[in-house]
Design a protein around this ligand. Structure first.
Ligand code: HEM
Ligand SMILES: *[C@@H]1O[C@H](CO)[C@@H](O)[C@H](O)[C@H]1NC(C)=O
Ligand SMILES: *[C@@H]1O[C@H](CO)[C@@H](O)[C@H](O)[C@H]1NC(C)=O
Ligand SMILES: *[C@@H]1O[C@H](CO)[C@@H](O)[C@H](O)[C@H]1NC(C)=O
Length: 331
């Protein structure tokens, strides 16, 4: 009888080391289904990362701002009941999603890119990759393609069967008129530190804001560079109306490059949003803003830590939720 026979009845097959190995294997499989992991798709969809990246790359080549829009989608997903793809669900006559909540209505964008990614991923591994994971991966790719840092994205988030309009609408997502203590406490509610909050706010090194989000600041605040304020006022009249949706770059210097110019702007009182400038206004976060403005490597490393923490926020795992076929609708 061959010694290597797999159905050998030799007692050595059940040696203690084999039993230990078997238990370790069971333990690993057990935890893998309940936790996020970097190799979650290595057997079931090995091409997922390549596929997501190719779609994000062409979307950004077509319109650089879309990378910023995708990153913001992920933030607004993760802050409302965790990173579960809930923000992607469309409203129907019997279902209220999060898209029209105050922080999102007429502002969130990038849904079509997520749809294109989903279609492509479904064509190579149907029913395997969640919309929540696609959002996490596409956000990382957006940051990298726009010149920012890389990090490994874990997989295993599942998609919600619900959305939470009330949470999205009632201040879980911080508003641009927030003061520093509002910001600190809203991030704290999500398990994120003051450092995470400041580093993640560095996302405003890319993308745009509507006039309605910064009007009060450019007309009524004194901690603002006057040349900067005047330039912004020229495209954002002081009374609300048809110009409410006029856009301005959050980082007017390098709006399509993920760098630390956002923090340099804050040092020069050129933060666009009230909630940007409060990070450097004589308070407890001034020193961190100064550090990031002087050293992009420290910003990048704290940003990555913050993104990973935010991306691990209350995911649905294991058999919770579902793997949506279409990110906009429940299966
Ligand atoms: C600290 C609290 C934050 C506040 C108060 C805030 C608020 C805002 C506001 C008001 C806008 C402009 C929306 C509009 O007018 O349509 C915006 C844009 C943006 N936010 Fe934030 N944000 C915060 C944190 C974050 C975080 C943590 C991220 C990502 C991790 C992020 C990513 C972005 C991006 C990329 C844009 C530009 C989106 C685009 O161009 O489509 N923000 N944010
Ligand atoms: C969202 O915006 C649309 C278009 O401006 C508006 O008609 C609608 O009332 C808004 N929805 C909510 C819930 O505020
Ligand atoms: C911050 O704003 C809240 C209201 O949102 C207010 O209660 C609080 O007093 C403000 N804190 C500071 C330090 O201004
Ligand atoms: C500026 O503040 C004044 C006084 O609080 C207010 O009446 C006015 O509407 C504000 N203007 C803008 C553009 O926010």
């Amino acid at each position: 009888m061959a010694l290597s026979s797999s159905n050998s009845s030799s007692p050595s097959y059940f040696s203690s080391s084999r039993i230990v190995a078997l238990f370790v294997l069971l333990l690993l499989t057990g935890t893998c289904s309940a936790k996020l992991s970097e190799n979650f798709y290595s057997q079931t969809c090995p091409e997922v990362f390549k596929t997501v990246k190719s779609v994000v790359k062409s979307a950004i080549a077509n319109e650089p701002r879309i990378g910023a829009s995708i990153l913001r989608l992920f933030f607004h997903d993760c802050f409302v009941d965790g990173c579960d793809g809930s923000v992607l669900l469309d409203d129907t006559s019997s279902f209220r999603g999060e898209k029209t909540a105050a922080a999102n209505n007429n502002s969130l964008r990038g849904f079509e890119v997520i749809d294109s990614i989903k279609t492509k991923v479904e064509s190579i591994c149907p029913g395997v990759v969640s919309c929540a994971d696609i959002l996490a991966i596409a956000s990382r790719d957006s940051v990298v393609i726009l010149g920012g840092p890389f990090w490994n994205v874990k997989g295993g988030r599942r998609d919600s069967r619900t959305a939470n309009f009330n949470a999205a609408n009632s201040g879980v997502i911080p508003a641009p008129n927030s003061n520093l203590s509002n910001l600190i406490s809203k991030f704290h509610d999500q398990g994120l530190s003051v450092k995470d909050m400041v580093a993640l706010s560095g996302s405003h090194t890319i993308g745009k804001s509507r006039c309605s989000s910064f009007r009060d600041r450019i007309y009524n605040e004194s901690n603002i560079d006057s040349t900067f304020a005047k330039a912004k006022q020229s495209k954002c009249p002081c009374t609300s109306g048809s110009a409410d949706n006029n856009l301005a770059f959050l980082d007017f210097q390098t709006p399509n490059h993920f760098d630390n110019n956002y923090f340099k702007n804050l040092i020069n009182q050129r933060g666009l949003l009230h909630s940007d400038q409060v990070l450097f206004n004589g308070g407890s976060t001034d020193s961190l803003v100064l550090t990031y403005s002087l050293n992009d490597k420290i910003f990048y490393s704290d940003f990555v830590i913050g993104m990973i923490k935010m991306g691990n926020n209350k995911p649905l795992t294991g058999s919770q939720g579902e793997i949506r076929k279409n990110c906009r609708v429940l299966n």
